[in-house]
Structure formats: structure tokens, C-alpha cells
Write a new protein. Structure first.
Length: 446
């Protein structure tokens, strides 16, 4: 069996859209409804704070990525700069995160389809989507990149049009939301108090999970040293445009207390202000957004597993193929990841009403583990590098790292007081212990 060599076939436009594919998914189009209810208009500040944290994390990761592009991303860097154990923990945690987020996005898509084709069982629809996207990822990385480029392009264009239409309604259709004048009241602006604000940050953190995909894709990018900084520097702009402005539009268009939490707030708000065709259009956009995020997650999970097999952290056979090497894609890791996502189909079959929340809970904890590892690894990276030689740097190091870690610790602490979330936080140490045992056993064998 020959080892698959990944080719550098992703262009700058592909890399930009992969970064967007990871950011704009069900967190924005579905989970944001709950976060608005939790904290009111201050959700805008929650997204600003969360956006600042993810920008710090992406700059930290970008610093290492530009220095040494790798499809193993932060797992590879943790292995090189902290040690094999750190690489093992971060790599498997990342694969777990992306696989779980695949399940979340798959579940969200089936919910969004209810408006277009009601009555179709979520598990059946999810299975069909999983098979289709597995085939897309198996074809070639160029096909994946093109598919992601156009899917992400659709949702970006639609969001911009939605913002323009919302601005028209806000400025020329006065009286749509009679509560706007009261938003300056601190008790209404921070409707849930500090506790509600922190709780909303949990959903915000999930929304930004997957931004690090751009680093993983750098291993198959044509010019990573040039393209990666462009993609990362655009993170802050994307956050302002696609999160801050959209949240502002929703809050200004309709009283946030009356928004439903079981459907996309974009669909709900346009339905409630009487623009049903706009609501239908936003539902279609939500579907493309979730599918795009799902596509990016499957890609990233398969590449992370591929890198783990290279280091002997996963079966070596996963990096080798009898069939498919001509396409230069890791067939076995794609199929292995796809097979794992079948669990989401089973969960949607058994618990159709609670599937999304169950999966989101586990995904958020996995995201936090990965982000902690990125920030810590970058600190070790700096100790071993001449800062003047770095072409791309994290600003205000190490204070920016410390700030981001404190915010993440606050979020994790808040999760322990949330009924739906606390179990996943308590299980996180168990996950680390299990991985540690596997690492020790694996090391003894080798």
C-alpha cells in the first residue's frame, strides 16, 4: 500500500471560503435565537467579545501556520513544540470536535428543511446528505474547494442582501419594532443580567467553532504563507459583517422577546413582519450555510485523522490506500469520519426533538479544549523561536493569550451551572483521562 500525498490544490479564493464555511453555520442561523433571548440587545456585545477572543486564537494559530503550514495544524504544532502527548491530545480532541460539529450541522440542516419539505424524517434526510457530501470529499480536494467556494458564496451574497433589505425596513418602515426606543435602558439591554450575558457567550463560542479550519486547509493551499494571513486577517471583518450587523438587524426589526427559539431567527423575523418570501429565501440560505459548514467540518476532521495516523496516534493504515490515491485524498480517513457521523443519524432517529441541543453541548466543550491547546501551544512556540524571524505575529503577546484564556475559563465555569451543558464539562476530564490511557498504551506498543 502506498501513502497518500496531499496536493497543494486549494487557491486563495478556496481558502477564504473555507474560513467562512467554518464560521457561518447553524450557530448563526439557528443557535443565535436562543442567545438573543438569554441576554437581549447586549448579544451584540457578546459577539464582539467572542469575536475578539477568536481573533486572538486565530492570530496565535496563524503565527504557527505561516511559519510551517501543515494539514495537521495545531496538532502538529503541539507535537513539535510541546511534545508528543500534547499532539496526541489536541489531535484527537480536534477530530472529535469537527466530527461532533458535523453532526450538529447535519441536524440543523434537517430542521431547516422542515419549512421546504415538511414531514420528511430528519434521520432519513440526514443520511442522504451524509452520503452525498462523503462522495464530494472523496472526489478530489479541488472539487471540495470549488463546492465550498460556491456554497459559501451563496450564503455571503444572501446575508449582504438581507442586511440591505433590513436597513430599508428599519429606516423607511418606521414602527416595525416599537420597543427600539427602550433598548437604551440597561435593564432591557442586559435583559438577563451578567449571568444571561455569560450564558449567551456559550452559544457565541459554539458559533465561532471551526474558524481554525483555514489552518488545516493550509496544508493543501497553493501559497499558504501569503493566503493564510489574508484569510485570518479577514476574520474580524467577517465577524462584524456577518454576526454583529445581522444580530443588530434582527433586534431592530422585531421585539426580541417574541422571537421563537426553535427556528432560525432570520426566518422568524421576516415571517412576523409580513415578508414571507424573504423568510423562505432565508431558510434556503440557512440550509446552504449549514451544508457549507458541514462540508468544511468533514474535510477538517478527515485531515486531522490523516495527520494523527502519520504520527502513529491512529492506525497507520488510515494514511494508506489501495484505491483513491490518484485523487490524492485520504479516502480511509474520510470514510472513517463519515461512518462516525452516522451517530447523528441515529440520534435524530431516537431523539428528534432534542438531538440539536445534545450535540451542541458536546461540541462546545470540544471546541474549548482545542482553543485552550492552541493558545498554550503558541506560548511554547514563542519560547523556541526568534520573534524577529516571524513573518506573521500575534499582537500583545502574551497578554492577549492570557485575556483569551480567562474568557474561555469564564465560559466553561458558566457551563457548569447550565442544566443542558454541565454534564459535558464534567465529562471533559474523563475524555482527557481516556486519551491519556490510550496514549500510554500506544507508547508501550511502539
Amino acid at each position: 500500500m502506498s501513502e497518500v500525498k496531499l496536493r497543494h490544490k486549494l487557491k486563495n479564493r478556496h481558502l477564504q471560503m473555507i474560513a467562512l464555511g467554518g464560521v457561518i453555520g447553524s450557530g448563526l442561523f439557528f443557535g443565535s435565537a436562543k442567545s438573543i433571548h438569554l441576554t437581549g440587545p447586549s448579544i451584540i456585545l457578546a459577539y464582539l467579545l467572542g469575536g475578539l477572543v477568536i481573533y486572538i486564537i486565530m492570530r496565535a494559530l496563524g503565527e504557527m501556520t505561516v511559519d510551517k503550514p501543515s494539514s495537521g495544524s495545531f496538532s502538529e504544532y503541539a507535537h513539535n513544540y510541546v511534545g508528543p502527548y500534547a499532539g496526541f491530545i489536541s489531535g484527537w480532541s480536534a477530530w472529535f470536535e469537527y466530527t461532533i460539529v458535523c453532526m450538529v450541522e447535519l441536524t440543523a440542516v434537517t430542521v431547516f428543511f422542515d419549512m421546504l419539505i415538511p414531514g420528511v424524517p430528519h434521520w432519513l434526510l440526514g443520511l442522504g446528505i451524509l452520503v452525498f457530501f462523503t462522495l464530494i470529499n472523496l472526489l478530489s480536494v479541488r472539487v471540495f474547494g470549488e463546492f465550498e467556494f460556491w456554497f459559501a458564496g451563496i450564503k455571503i451574497a444572501a446575508i449582504i442582501l438581507m442586511l440591505i433589505f433590513s436597513a430599508y425596513l428599519i429606516f423607511f418602515k418606521h414602527g416595525i419594532n416599537p420597543d427600539v426606543a427602550q433598548y437604551s435602558n440597561p435593564n432591557l439591554f442586559f435583559a438577563g443580567g451578567f449571568s444571561g450575558f455569560l450564558t449567551s457567550l456559550v452559544v457565541v463560542i459554539f458559533s465561532f467553532g471551526g474558524t481554525e479550519f483555514v489552518s488545516i486547509a493550509s496544508g493543501e493551499s497553493e501559497n499558504p504563507k501569503k493566503n493564510v494571513p489574508k484569510a485570518i486577517n479577514g476574520v474580524l471583518i467577517r465577524i462584524i459583517l456577518f454576526y454583529i450587523l445581522t444580530m443588530t438587524a434582527i433586534i431592530l426589526l422585531y421585539p426580541y422577546q417574541k422571537l421563537a427559539t426553535n427556528i432560525s431567527p432570520f426566518v422568524d423575523v421576516f415571517n412576523k413582519v409580513g415578508f414571507h418570501y424573504a423568510a423562505l429565501a432565508m431558510d434556503v440560505v440557512a440550509i446552504t450555510a449549514a451544508l457549507s459548514a458541514f462540508n468544511s467540518c468533514m474535510y477538517s476532521a478527515s485531515r486531522m485523522l490523516f495527520n494523527l495516523s502519520h504520527h502513529g496516534y491512529a492506525p497507520k493504515s488510515l494514511a494508506q490506500n489501495r484505491v483513491g490515491s490518484t485523487q490524492h485524498v485520504p479516502v480511509k480517513t474520510i470514510l472513517c469520519t463519515s461512518a462516525s457521523v452516522v451517530i447523528a443519524v441515529l440520534i435524530n432517529y431516537l431523539f428528534p426533538e432534542k438531538a440539536f441541543m445534545y450535540l451542541l453541548t458536546v461540541a462546545t466543550s470540544a471546541i474549548l479544549i482545542v482553543w485552550f491547546m492552541i493558545l498554550i501551544t503558541q506560548m511554547y512556540f514563542r519560547k523556541q523561536k526568534d520573534v524577529s524571524s516571524l513573518a506573521y505575529r500575534l499582537k500583545l503577546f502574551p497578554y492577549s493569550n492570557i485575556f483569551a484564556i480567562i474568557i474561555l475559563l469564564l465560559v466553561m465555569g458558566k457551563m457548569t451551572h447550565m442544566h443542558d451543558m454541565k454534564l459535558s464539562v464534567y465529562v471533559t476530564p474523563l475524555w482527557i483521562v481516556i486519551l491519556s490511557i490510550i496514549y500510554v498504551l500506544n507508547k508501550k506498543k511502539s
